[in-house]
Design a protein. Sequence first.
Length: 170
Amino acid sequence: MTTKPNMRSRIDRYEEQGAELASWVEGLSEEQLDKPFKGGETGRWSMRTMVVHMYDSELQGQDRMKRVIAMQGDAHEDAPPESPPVLQAYDETKFAARLPEAIDLGRACEVFRVTRAIMAFRLRSLLPEAFLRTGHHTETGLETLEAIVDGYIEHYDHHARYAAAKRAAM
């Protein structure tokens, strides 16, 4: 197993996305932030719900990355390679429905940006073989660090398409 080419450019993209999240809500009124949608290309969540979801998801993702980096194989003497760390799944629908959304979106976007920048720095500091380390996701099974990073890049892009469609529909 080897890593895909251009891991450095993918880490750069991961970091760039951190700075882009704030543009999703820039200039929107409270009414626009809370506007529900009917699905399709805009999705159903309001823009506020989606940004809060991105914030919550990023915290989960970075926890998973840190576990794989720090607790698998030679990185941690208590975790032999055949015993990858557990990467706990979470229910995004329950998070969106049950956690209060009335958080400061500016702060949420700033935390998203800063934590992505810090994680990007850490990822760039790793040797290429570190991206082959694995964790055991409770729903999807074994995942490499590389796949986790790629998954969060794709997750952002997925929701960015919805954000663009929501803004166009307002």
